[in-house]
Design a protein. Structure first.
Length: 187
């Protein structure tokens, strides 16, 4: 996702200073997102991975459902600190010594990313539950569809609504991932 948006962002403006600001905010927001937000989804998914595989090996389908519910509940609880982290991202970045312009734009981008994070949790949870049961193709199809969607929608939004439109596109893409991998629509 970020690679494509970074390439599109580099071609937006004719002014070098604006391009540097947009690219810096793009890179910093993605770094912040992966380190402080997405890592929670990976953590929940990793914990779920081993437990679901063991339950599937024992043939305990009911236990997989309980694990799925537990993961959803844990994700909902984790959304509270994630919300505050995104809300205060600009202040956090300023405390860490970032450029005020970059920190302000990065904070706006992370606020947009925050609305897509529940769907990212949903994708990671459903992907891990399905993979533990040897069902892999839905996650593969979801990833391929998400990348194709990313190319098209990012281009359209980036060049018609400027950079914040592309970040909204990432939110849209995160909403599509769980529905493509499980057949359940979250829209």
């Amino acid at each position: 996702m970020n690679c494509i948006n970074g390439m599109y962002t580099g071609h937006l403006s004719a002014e070098a200073s604006e391009i540097h600001l947009l690219l810096a905010a793009n890179g910093l927001s993605y770094l912040f997102y992966v380190l402080f937000l997405y890592s929670f989804a990976i953590g929940v998914g990793t914990a779920l991975d081993a437990m679901c595989a063991q339950a599937h090996g024992r043939g305990a389908k009911a236990e997989i459902i309980v694990l799925l519910q537990t993961a959803v509940l844990c994700s909902a609880v984790l959304m509270v600190p994630i919300f505050f982290t995104c809300y205060f991202a600009t202040d956090i970045l300023l405390l860490l010594g970032q450029n005020p312009d970059v920190a302000a734009l990065t904070g706006r981008v992370l606020w947009i990313f925050m609305f897509g994070l529940p769907f990212c949790f949903g994708y990671e949870i459903f992907k891990r539950v399905l993979q533990a049961q040897n069902i892999v193709l839905p996650a593969v199809y979801a990833g391929v569809c998400a990348n194709v969607t990313n190319l098209i929608v990012a281009y359209t939004l980036m060049y018609h609504t400027q950079p914040l439109g592309s970040y909204c596109q990432q939110h849209i893409q995160l909403r599509l991932l769980p529905s493509k991998s499980t057949g359940v629509s979250f829209a």
